[in-house]
Design a protein around this ligand. Structure first.
Ligand SMILES: [Zn+2]
Length: 139
């Protein structure tokens, strides 16, 4: 399952699941005689950010949203590096796309090699867009 990972860029750093992630969000609740009700609240929004507490319902691992995001980023980079690897020519891909300014920037990230280039592209374009670019390049 990568639905939540792809939508929110998060997965559990311990077990790798992404379908049981709970985030501690700030919500407004309406106080009532018998307790409180989030559905009655005028402000139905809920807020959370990188520092919000987060836990995995599948294995019980706890951390911050930021921890769960880093785990997803690492997995997505590995997936796309593997996809590159299958093509057998990781650096030619960037060379073939330097007409695009973002690829030109990525190709200048030379120190860390293809992992850093992929991580940069994911940050700029999003995982799905980069995956499609790699797959379309195969044809
Ligand atoms: Zn877990």
């Amino acid at each position: 399952m990568t639905i939540v990972r792809d939508a929110h860029g998060m997965l559990c750093p311990k077990c790798g699941q992404d379908d049981c992630i709970d985030v501690a969000a700030l919500v407004h609740v309406r106080l009532t005689g018998s307790g409180s009700d989030a559905d009655l609240s005028f402000d139905g929004s809920h807020e959370w950010d990188d520092d919000s507490r987060c836990c995995c319902g599948a294995c019980g691992h706890g951390g911050t949203v930021s921890d769960f995001r880093k785990a997803a980023e690492q997995q997505m980079v590995r997936e796309l590096v593997d996809l590159f690897g299958e093509k057998g020519r990781p650096d030619d891909f960037l060379d073939g796309h330097v007409h695009d300014a973002k690829f030109a920037e990525a190709s200048q990230i030379n120190n860390g090699g293809v992992e850093d280039q992929i991580a940069y592209l994911i940050a700029v374009e999003g995982f799905e867009a980069v995956r499609q670019m790699i797959e379309e390049d195969e044809q």
